[in-house]
Design a protein around this ligand. Sequence first.
Ligand code: BTN
Length: 267
Amino acid sequence: MLSKGPSKELSGGLIDLADVRGRLPGRHIDWFGSVNSTMTIAAQLARDGCPGGTIVGAEGQLAGVGRHGHVWHSEVGAGLYMSIVLRLPPHPATPARGMPVAMLALGLAVQEAIGEIAKLAPDLRWPNDVLLNGKKCAGILAQIEGDAIIAGIGINVKQSIFPAAISDLATSLRIEGAPHVRREDLLIAVVEAVDRCCRILTERGPHAIREMFTRSSTYTCGRRVRVEQKDRVIEGVTCGLDESGFLIVREDNGKETTILAGGVRPA
Ligand code: BTN
């Protein structure tokens, strides 16, 4: 399979693509050396009608996109930077505002894959920051493209240092005690876990994902947090997820607010 796009596929590049393709037979995988963002390429493929499950990955990104307009630091060869095109049949119980549950499912998948391959036990911070020792080792974003969801997954694997601006917030599997993770193994585990969690979402429905997330995240209930909204900062204690998978925070005056977006941080 030849890669299309801004940069040529590395031949015998840092990731062993032959290994990955051999273990994911039939899967469309485009892997690049350096791109601006795998999200843009995956979105174009989705518009062109690529099959669900298509993977776009890169060794490094020049303009990796994070949530809330942040840049995702994408050091060449140090992380796993990939976008997966998901075409999910809707479950009858999927709420109209269904995206948050898909976000939760992706977080669960990455948490599970890191646990399996790195033997570490990350926490999840709503909606899907993956944390080790309170710092982010992986981030996920999801973007709608027609009838597809583009799942963007970034995992810090081999970094030993981060730029000063994010060094208090970011960590890697290596820093947290798993220096020998093979990115190929992690990639396979992530893809398989994403498939599994998406199957749970589409077959058992959103409530199954909400329950799993509630069990797997110390942030969902009883956690004092601050949430920056456009117009104000909400501070209070988390008290579960609503039907759609949005986080509910009870402020000190007893008022419950549903968090639709915004960075959740420990208070
Ligand atoms: C976050 O801010 O937590 C989400 C980060 C998502 C980063 C990944 S890396 C692969 C994909 N391509 C991008 O440009 N962003 C996502």
